[in-house]
Ligand binder design. Structure first.
Ligand code: LLP
Length: 469
């Protein structure tokens, strides 16, 4: 078992608790650095037994560095907590929108989790990674007919979001499937929670899911469809949530709806409570641990079932961020420095909004450490800027750092969720490579995009070629 001293001298803040052994690992979502982080004798940050400076030398910069141990720990904590706290059957499925690629899917599949996919592309990726159709749940608020046909052919469970989709699915299922197609219905629970406006989904004015006022109509319709089998209900209230109460409220709302659906003769015996557990991005963030969250949700479902006098459902949760967010850091190389006396100092790195669009999109805040001089004392507050042609392209607004030099390696923490998956090629900058590190070994999982990759999908119509000649 890994053993590591995780106190980080140059942070100035206590970024991580001073633990000396990972025999009982902490909850990854409550940590700033991946669980295997340590400072080696040459004052360099190591993750997964690999020194960041050497990784950057070998694989280039910027670089997503995924710590397999942290990811696996989060998976097992979710899985084992449900076994401990929930008396009925349970399943944890990974919201693959957080980071979908073959290696991530493979690791999570090997931990026995299922998958939430939201597009034909995510479905394709999980299938190519070897995931069994029975572990895949297909979400999305505007699935195309082609995507629905793909899902029916694959045989995964389809999370139906709206009337158009429901009616399209009845036609596709009748034409293409001999067995009733397993579906679950997504409902808007009308539960408010405190998170960024763009990542709230549970309030009534949301584009996701059926309006609960239409429950009777939906259940009546479903009870008349032989080509579909409605096995469950789903709701998701939002993302990066620290409160437990909204999740508990959701559990009891879902149980009430399940009872109602059963009254229509529907075989609804599965409830999916969505994801949403937050992670620690900065010292003051204080999310519940994975096991505390699972315990709160499980108890709420069990209590609601007791009150409603219904048997316990199969319980599904679909976390994304809290599974993978804390398992990754992005390594950047420091470049230019601009000092504006009495105003600000800008330190530019070799990436930015194209590899992490979260600061510019949600004003998300991150922390960074100087990975090649971990004990250097913090001496300045700077704006860590990206390299894109956009003033808002800032990685960290008030970064407390030691004085850096061009060539220093900065590790921005907690970039596992919604970074690679939301990355773009803005300014025709190729997306970084990603590697997975584990017990001293590093392996490439996503190639760095080359200039050639950037123009690969471009086409020059003959007319334009002629025009130039
Ligand atoms: N289930 C559904 C139906 C969802 O829509 C989501 C996230 C999840 C599960 C997983 O939620 P999580 O456990 O990761 O909080 N791009 C934004 C986050 C968007 C979340 C979208 N849905 C960000 O970077 O903060």
């Amino acid at each position: 078992m890994l053993s590591t001293d995780r106190s980080l001298p140059n942070t100035g803040h206590r970024y991580v608790p001073q633990i000396t052994s990972l025999d009982i690992p902490p909850s990854p979502n409550q940590e700033l650095l991946p669980l295997t982080a340590k400072v080696n004798s040459s004052d360099n940050l190591e993750i997964g037994g690999c020194e960041l400076r050497k990784l950057v030398e070998q694989y280039g910069s910027p670089l997503y560095i995924l710590d397999e141990f942290t990811l696996r720990t989060a998976c097992s904590q979710y899985r084992d907590s449900f076994t401990t706290y929930y008396s009925g059957e349970s399943q944890v499925i990974y919201a693959s929108k957080a980071w979908s690629c073959l290696a991530v899917c493979r690791i999570i599949d090997s931990e026995n989790l299922g998958f939430d996919v939201v597009s034909g592309g995510e479905l394709y990726t999980t299938l190519e990674a070897g995931v069994d159709k029975d572990k895949i749940y297909f979400h999305g608020n505007n699935k195309s007919v082609t995507e629905l046909e793909f899902a029916v052919e694959v045989g995964c469970t389809i999370m139906v979001d709206n009337w158009l989709e429901l009616k399209n699915l009845v036609q596709i299922a009748s034409a293409k499937s001999e067995q009733p197609v397993p579906i679950m219905i997504r409902l808007t629970p009308g539960i408010e929670c405190h998170t960024h406006e763009y990542i709230r989904t549970g309030h009534l004015d949301s584009k996701f899911g059926f309006d609960p006022n239409q429950l009777d109509e939906v259940f009546t319709y479903l009870s008349q469809q032989e080509s579909l089998s409605c096995i469950g209900l789903h709701a998701h209230i939002g993302s990066q949530i620290f409160e437990r109460q909204p999740h508990q409220d959701l559990a009891s709302v879902l149980v009430d709806w399940m009872k109602k659906a059963q009254g229509y003769g529907l075989p609804v015996t599965t409830l999916n409570v969505g994801g949403g557990l937050g992670i620690k991005y900065i010292e003051s963030d204080d999310p519940p641990s994975i096991s505390e969250w699972v315990s709160a949700v499980s108890k709420a479902v069990e209590n609601a079932c007791n009150q409603a006098a219904v048997p316990l459902p199969k319980l599904i949760a679909e976390p994304g961020r809290s599974l993978i967010g804390s398992a990754c850091v992005t390594a950047y190389t420091v470049g230019s420095r601009k000092e504006i006396p009495e105003f600000n100092t800008y330190i530019a790195v070799d990436g930015g909004m194209s590899d992490n669009p979260r600061p510019i999109t949600y004003q998300s805040v991150y922390r960074a450490v100087v990975a090649n001089r971990m004990s250097a004392p913090i001496t300045e507050e700077v704006t860590l800027a990206g390299k894109h042609c956009e003033s808002g392209d800032v990685v960290i607004k008030n970064a407390a750092l030691p004085k850096t030099e061009p060539g220093d390696i900065l590790a921005v923490m907690d970039t596992g969720a919604y970074n690679y998956s939301m990355a773009s090629n803005y300014n025709r900058i190729g997306r970084p490579a990603a590697i997975v590190v584990y017990e001293g070994e590093a392996n490439l999982i996503i190639e760095r995009e080359t200039y050639h990759d950037l123009i690969e999908q471009d086409r020059l119509p003959e007319r334009l070629v002629k025009h130039q000649e």
